[in-house]
Design a protein. Structure first.
Length: 133
């Protein structure tokens, strides 16, 4: 419960073009009473905005209830519909309705022209070249 009330479970993600990635986050209530939190994704004015939503609502806003001294896990979905090679910040903001808890966390995300091939329980990434020969 060190990074409350909101924390992404990863610092960054690289989404291969044509795929979708889900990044989990936790909403953490460090107080004894149950809280309702308003969550909002803030991507800024960049191409990642239309490609990023909460998995549960398919929008950039969500309201969740978290019991006292507990946490709940949800996810953000990033659709790899267009190449965005320079990582963009996705900021996730949380504020309890009573105003006692608020905070944010950020995730670096990019969408690259690469493919991921599953090999057993591991993944191997293969870069796809766009250069003409």
């Amino acid at each position: 419960y060190e990074d409350w009330p909101i924390v992404f479970l990863r610092d960054s993600t690289e989404v291969p073009l044509g795929t979708t990635d889900r990044v989990s986050f936790q909403v953490i209530n460090v107080q004894e009473d149950a809280k309702t939190f308003d969550l909002e994704l803030s991507i800024g004015n960049n191409d990642m905005d239309s490609l990023t939503t909460f998995t549960e609502t398919e929008t950039n806003e969500m309201t969740v209830d978290v019991g006292g001294s507990s946490s709940e896990t949800y996810s953000v979905e990033i659709r790899g519909n267009t190449i965005i090679e320079n990582p963009k910040n996705i900021e996730l903001q949380a504020e309890s309705r009573d105003g006692n808890l608020e905070g944010y966390d950020t995730l670096q995300a990019s969408i690259t022209n690469s493919t991921v091939t599953a090999v057993g329980n591991t993944s191997r990434r293969e870069e796809t070249s766009l250069e003409s020969e």
